[in-house]
Design a protein around this ligand. Sequence first.
Ligand code: PLA
Length: 452
Amino acid sequence: MKTNDFSSSSSSSPSDRRIGALLRHLTAGTDADRVSSVFASPTSGGAGGSVFAHLVQAPEDAILGVTIAYNKDPSPIKLNLGVGAYRTEEGKPLVLNVVRKAEQQLINDRSRIKEYLPIVGLVEFNKLSAKLILGADSPAIRENRVTTVECLSGTGSLRVGGEFLARHYHQKTIYIPQPTWGNHPKIFTLAGLSVKTYRYYDPSTRGLNFQGLLEDLSAAPQGSIVLLHACAHNPTGVDPTLEQWEQIRKLMRSKGLMPFFDSAYQGFASGSLDTDAKPIRMFVADGGELLVAQSYAKNMGLYGERVGALSIVCKAADVAGRVESQLKLVIRPMYSNPPIHGASIVAVILRDRNLFNEWTLELKAMADRIISMRKQLFEALRARGTPGDWTHIIKQIGMFTFTGLNPAQVSYMTKEYHIYMTSDGRISMAGLSSKTVPHLADAIHAVVTKAL
Ligand code: PLA
């Protein structure tokens, strides 16, 4: 390698950028000792010493680590509002009825086998996933301009899409909203892209900083990639209106900016699959190109099955075919081919009108329960006379409320009330129930009146 500068200048190769990113990742936030320990020769571990003895203990993940801390807490009143995972009114994880039915069908079908899937995954699942997100009547599907590959849930779809762009797209910079899901910068950096942010959230209004967003996207170099949350923005719960989406679309198309939609919550924002997909469909309707990463973790409750899809909408069918051939080259050395079970469940549900309808009802019930939790929490704070404006709890959309609580307040609530949440003050409304609302409201009331 020529230099030690692994910065993501467009002249460096994707592998250079990956190595550079990895080094930055390994050394980020560490002291000089730790930095040197990364490079220290570990081979002389001494008699019986481990060659890994030099490793420093890595911190837990900012989101998944919350569950680890929660699990260790013996308190009977503990409450996990960290990870975005749906819970019932009884506080239990939920397997949807349609999922149980689909699994039963799969088990009863003795003709099913366990051979490897193709590199692109289950073909029927891919077709149905594209239809679900782009709409059954999508011109792009009709004209065969969409290529869809099954990936390992939303995360895997983002990673495969990121690496594809790093290899084949002329611009290597991706703009992500500030703030965004904590895994986004890591996924795209390690995929070989250079990550920058655009303004998104205004803490003073607890709403969208639309002006800042437009200014930052206007200033982005021609052709840059822009990560957009399709709906139910994580962590803020703040989405643009359809009119604002239209302005974003116009601006992005006029500058040739490449949209990369992350659709992790289709159906969870409004309760309607079609409504939540509208921003994406607006961008498809103008005939331009885009990427979309879909996850079935939340809307079908298939979290641990790791089911998702990456679709790339192209301008012409022959291009889509070549794109798919290159996606296979990204996937094959990464995990060879995706798992069968989760994608088969999704395919059974999406292909059967009755099961599909039943799914939409269950999905709506989950979305409605979350909305009802917002109302209950808001009312509980009002009843307590908690200082401050809490209307954002009912205004924000999707699984999360971005409370505005600071890290000190969060840690106080964890210590004194056994309420677990991410340190940025995000709470998963899906983890709350009518029974636990008073406890959370008491904790918030106490912490904001304490002036921490
Ligand atoms: N994109 C966004 C915006 C997400 O919030 C999440 C999950 C994903 C993608 C990836 O989901 P998947 O790979 O499981 O399909 N965010 C969760 C979980 C719900 C997590 O952090 O992994 C969260 O609590 O933020």
